[in-house]
Design a protein. Structure first.
Length: 134
């Protein structure tokens, strides 16, 4: 079985490195994008199995990327984890409203991210809703 491909989109190189290291150590194949625009190009060309997406980025922010993903029938079911510093209730509500599969705030524990990734990939593979309780 080939490893699942995960695209991490974040403009902060240190965050990209730490997320990528955690995911790669868990056996995932990781691609990186440093902007929303670059992320969209990689989604169309690389066809990842899951996206970890920051919100606050120049040019094309995470909300715009999420709307583009959900608005295209070829990517509409692509699991997306929002991973951002935006932790206020209205930001979290916006993420859910736009179709995020999960919303994690920075700082985060890599183990928490890996747990969410595992659950979302399992649910996507079995075409079911993820079980996200403890």
């Amino acid at each position: 079985m080939t490893s699942k491909r995960i695209l991490v989109i974040d403009d902060d190189i240190d965050v990209l490195r730490s997320i990528s290291k955690a995911l790669e150590s868990a056996g995932y194949s990781v691609e990186q994008a440093r902007s929303g625009r670059e992320g969209m190009e990689r989604i169309w060309h690389a066809k990842p199995d899951l996206v970890v997406l920051d919100v606050v980025m120049p040019e094309l922010n995470g909300w715009d990327v999420l709307q583009a993903i959900r608005g295209d029938e070829t990517t509409a079911k692509l699991p997306v984890i929002m991973l951002t510093v935006l932790s206020q209730d209205q930001h979290i509500a916006e993420g859910w409203k736009l179709g995020a599969d999960f919303y994690l705030t920075k700082p985060f524990a890599p183990a928490d991210l890996l747990d969410v990734v595992k659950r979302l990939l399992f649910a996507a593979e079995h075409d079911e809703e993820p079980e996200m309780q403890g």
